[in-house]
Design a protein around this ligand. Structure first.
Ligand code: ATP
Ligand code: MG
Length: 437
């Protein structure tokens, strides 16, 4: 026997029990996005590698070591499986002139992302994100709305222990001034820096503040703060965001070391973190990225957005008792004999035509065995067709969950009888069979 093949490490199958939870969650999410006026956009999973190098930045974890990049075997074009969604979304908006032609855009994407990381709980090589991008909005109102939106989703999902961390990265000039001060400071501590730190000292010193190395914490804590370099406009913008959040009753903590892993952010940045998922505690991250559209070749356009990790969100949702209702059919159709089988097909189709979910038993077996399957399916009602019924052009209806005995109706009356049964069951009344006595 040959060896059975396995999925790629860090890339997960989502089996039916879980996939139903995903779909249930996705329904909630779609309603939530629509309630804020966001519209979907779908972009390719593979993009030209330079897109990510330019958007995310050469000296970032993602571009330095996490991308799945390869050459097109036909023409040698460098391609990459998307590690995040903002770059593609902005590329598409520029390519199709969305903002210039249609004004500011509220867009969202949803789908798999790929990063070559060490797989562990809440960290995978293929994972999923929902991302929201507000393109063409310059003000602090847009930033605040993005954050409020997240808070509403946590509320819709009943999540607990999610805290908001907030910071401002200021403008490019303000960051440059801070950067110079930071380099001067870090140079004094050069010997204590780790490999990454030494390497980033001159290329991306801001990212050293983001280090997870506990040995560097004292150095990082005493480093010059970006907040002290913010100019009037940046400070006003940041304060306005905070006023909106206070009005909305959303608590937050200002985290001066929050710099985000991608280079394109400016001004407001934020993360939603939980203590319930161990080391992988950030479920959502985002901020303003006013320079990105121009950086990718578009006409300058302010923008802000966020992305949330679906696997982490679902882990937390389950921790907080979230669960999908099991998707069960309304009816399971059992049948015995050739004529009955043919009638069973018609009965099942008649039900579906009227909007009921029906599972038709396939594969034969005794009535008893089929009824066991019907019960196991979770269906509310078994539609039972024996030789007798087939001869009369009728079907039996047997409630499997609620009260009430079996009744027989003509095939033409099946959908209505089914509706009455389900409706009266939902109201906690007796089934029509008993109701008529
Ligand atoms: P981290 O610091 O955990 O690596 P990040 O800063 O790289 O996160 P972003 O690029 O901001 O993450 O992506 C937004 C969200 O996507 C994260 O907050 C997280 O919820 C999720 N995410 C990122 N990388 C992964 C991954 N490898 N597996 C699962 N979820 C992920
Ligand atoms: Mg990361």
């Amino acid at each position: 026997m040959s060896h059975a093949l396995q999925a790629v490490r860090g890339m997960n199958d989502i089996l039916p029990d879980d996939a139903e939870t995903w779909e249930y969650f996705e329904d909630i999410v779609r309603d939530w996005l629509a309630s804020y006026g966001y519209r979907p956009i779908r972009t390719p999973i593979v993009e030209p590698t330079p897109l990510f190098k330019r958007a995310i930045g050469e000296v970032t974890d993602i571009v330095e070591k996490e991308m799945y990049s390869f050459e097109d075997s036909l023409n040698g074009e460098p391609l990459t499986l998307r590690p995040e969604g903002t770059a593609s979304c902005v590329r598409a908006a520029i390519q199709h002139n969305l903002v210039a032609a249609g004004g500011p855009q509220r867009l969202y994407y949803y789908g798999p992302m790929f990063r070559h990381e060490r797989p562990q709980k809440g960290r995978y090589r293929q994972f999923h994100q929902i991302g929201v991008e507000a393109l063409g909005f310059a003000g602090p109102d847009a930033d605040a709305e993005l954050i409020m939106m997240c808070a509403r989703l946590w509320d819709d999902l009943g999540l607990e222990d999610v805290a908001l961390e907030l910071n401002s990265l200021g403008s490019a000039e303000e960051r440059a001034a801070h950067r110079a001060a930071l380099i001067a400071y870090l140079e004094q501590h050069r010997d204590q820096l780790d490999e990454d730190g030494k390497r980033r000292l001159y290329t991306n010193p801001l990212r050293i503040l983001d280090t997870k190395n506990p040995l560097l914490q004292p150095i990082v804590e005493a480093a010059p703060r970006l907040a002290d370099f913010l100019g009037e406009e940046s400070r006003a913008h940041f304060e306005a965001v905070q006023v909106f959040l206070k009005d909305a009753g959303i608590p937050f903590r200002i985290n001066h070391r929050l710099v985000r892993g991608l280079d394109y952010y400016n001004r407001t940045v934020f993360e939603w973190v939980t203590t319930r998922l161990g080391a992988q505690g950030t479920i959502c991250a985002g901020g303003r990225y006013d320079g990105l559209v121009e950086q990718l070749g578009g006409k300058p356009q302010p923008a802000a957005g966020f992305a949330m990790g679906i696997e982490r969100l679902l882990l937390l949702w389950r921790e907080c008792g979230g669960q999908a209702e099991r998707a069960a059919p309304d009816a399971y159709v059992v049948h015995l004999g050739e004529a009955a089988q043919r009638l069973a097909f018609r009965a099942a189709e008649a039900l579906r035509e009227h909007g009921f979910a029906a599972v038709l038993h396939c594969g034969g077996g005794s009535f008893k065995a089929q009824m066991k399957k019907a019960d196991g399916s979770g269906a509310a009602v078994a539609v039972v067709i024996g030789e007798d019924e087939a001869r009369a052009g009728e079907v039996g209806l047997k409630p499997l969950r609620g009260p009430g005995g079996q009744q027989r109706v003509a095939l033409a009356d099946l959908p209505e009888a089914m509706a009455t049964l389900l409706y009266s069951e939902q109201n906690g009344e007796q089934g029509i069979d008993d109701g008529g006595v």
